[in-house]
Design a protein. Structure first.
Length: 83
């Protein structure tokens, strides 16, 4: 979970920095379009990495829940057979 929080933090920082660069460019400042594009793209990629990590964690939880339901169903079937 710690790496996921770090990826989210880096993504947030890069996206905010990209927005600041865009505003700076519109006002007449220095950053090039390439630096703005790289910053925003990097932020989006870090956000995708964090989202992927969240989805893999969710997938593992679903597998565990599915296993528990299967075990519970097996227990009920065994209980019915013994009566």
């Amino acid at each position: 979970m710690k790496a996921n929080n770090l990826a989210n933090l880096i993504a947030l920082i890069l996206i905010v920095l990209g927005v600041i660069f865009i505003i700076w460019k519109l006002i007449g400042g220095s950053p090039t379009e390439f630096s703005i594009l790289i910053t925003l793209t990097s932020g989006i990629l870090f956000k995708i990495i964090a989202l992927s990590s969240d989805l893999s964690t969710l997938k593992e939880r679903i597998k565990n829940i599915d296993f528990k339901f299967n075990a519970l169903a097996h227990d009920f079937k065994e209980h019915i057979k013994k009566k």
